[in-house]
Design a protein around this ligand. Structure first.
Ligand code: DI6
Ligand code: FE
Length: 403
């Protein structure tokens, strides 16, 4: 077989490259890759030859092609569910009250500790599959329901297992998520323990980033800083559950450590937004938690725009505040609740989300980037944010492999 320019070539669809204004749209486009890397993006008419002579495989497709979606904030590995808390909240109990009464995150901690590694994997798998089925090609998964060395390790090992096939998984160490009962009243001691576990888990190759829940029902700014100093000394990037329920200055701490992202950020003030802009810290919007907790306080969206802070959108998939199994649905919620444009929501779930994970090789359709590609059954890319539910994904390729 003679050598061809491309391994695979898609023609016939429109492209939302996100490289340029107006979705970076190219009608009657073509996209091709070689060795898993995009080698051509442009109009079909600009191809350097007859499709069959330049590519080993040519597919004539219809619809729109976007970058594969990137879910940059999830807690998708967990056991059990918290539907009963949902009922309690609908009857007036708050998330904080349930947490202080020993429910909330700690109820999931009990379920995770009780589950074997294989059982936890099996329970989590349908969620990972659902996220993939709606276009996700890169997924961040946090620990944070183990809260001791062995169980945090178990969660991170499972997260890694989900990344062994055709899905990129980035793991985040979130031992500073809640105070486990065996450390009741001793939060400083617990943070020291969590700091101690970090290099051991990092040595096993289980940690890509470090996160904490900086909140009155979580950990204080000074405890967060201590953990982040250890992360920095190990060369690990940080991200933070910041200012979700109150303004403890979390987003500013994330920025102070050059953080990849500050997440939730409903209560973030403008000074912190400036610090984020200067540090290049992405704001990760989590409209699923906002929706489920029936919050009313918006993140400072205008300030993020005014200061040029990129806004990512993620599912926050978790059993307490965001039992959300579709990133496209999160985009929909970002539009309806936060008035993002569909284009901004799509960039938030691709370009900006990749940046929130420190991944410079994806999140757009551009020559030289990884061929992470989603093909959708839509007539306009705004439809990705328009439908509530539905089955819009026709096909996905991860580093050029159809999955
Ligand atoms: N904020 C969240 O939205 C999740 N974690 C956090 O710190 C919720 C986790 C849970 O309730 O299980
Ligand atoms: Fe979260």
């Amino acid at each position: 077989m003679t050598d061809r320019l491309y391994d695979h070539l898609l023609v016939g669809a429109s492209l939302a490259t996100l490289d340029g204004d107006d979705y970076g749209a190219i009608r009657d486009g073509a996209i091709a890759w070689r060795d898993g890397v995009i080698a051509y993006v442009g109009p079909r008419s600009g191809l350097p030859g007859d499709p069959a002579s330049i590519a080993h495989a040519v597919e004539d497709v219809e619809g729109w092609i976007t970058p594969g979606l990137v879910d940059c904030h999830t807690h998708a590995v967990f056991a059990g569910d918290r539907a009963v808390e949902f009922e309690m909240r609908l009857q007036g109990a708050t998330y904080g009250e349930i947490a202080r009464a020993g429910g909330g995150i700690l109820s999931t901690v009990r379920a995770v500790r009780d589950a074997s590694e294989d059982a936890l994997y099996a329970q989590s798998k349908p969620r990972i599959d659902a996220l993939r089925a709606d276009g996700v090609t890169t997924l961040e998964i946090k620990s944070g329901y183990g809260l001791d060395f062995e169980n945090e390790r178990k969660m991170l090992r499972i997260a890694r297992r989900f990344g062994e096939g055709t899905l990129t998984v980035r793991t985040t160490y979130l031992a500073a998520h809640a105070l486990p009962p065996e450390y009741a009243g001793r939060a400083d001691d617990y943070i020291e323990a969590a700091i101690d576990w970090l290099p051991r888990l990092h040595d096993e190759g289980l940690v890509d980033a470090v996160d904490a829940f900086c909140e009155s029902i979580g950990f204080s700014p000074s405890q967060t800083r201590r953990l982040f100093e250890r992360a920095r000394s190990l060369g690990l990037p940080v991200k933070l559950h910041a200012d979700q329920l109150s303004d403890l200055g979390g987003a500013a701490i994330a920025a102070e450590f050059g953080g990849l992202s500050a997440d939730h950020v409903e209560h973030t003030n403008e000074d912190a937004v400036r610090a984020m802009a200067a540090a290049g810290t992405v704001a990760v919007l989590l409209p699923g938690a906002f929706h489920v907790l029936r919050e009313t306080k918006w993140p400072p969206l205008d300030a993020f725009r005014a200061h040029g802070v990129p806004m990512a959108v993620a599912t926050d998939c978790n059993p307490g505040t965001s039992p959300l199994l579709s990133l496209r649905q999160a985009m929909q919620l970002a539009c309806t609740h936060f008035r993002l444009t569909p284009e901004d929501a799509l960039r938030g779930a691709t370009t900006h989300a990749a940046r929130a994970l420190g991944l410079a090789d994806r999140g757009m359709l551009r020559v030289g980037l990884r061929a992470d590609v989603a093909l959708w059954r839509v007539n306009h890319p705004a439809e990705l944010c328009y439908w509530l539910g539905g089955d819009l994904l026709q096909a996905r390729w991860v580093a050029g492999r159809r999955t």
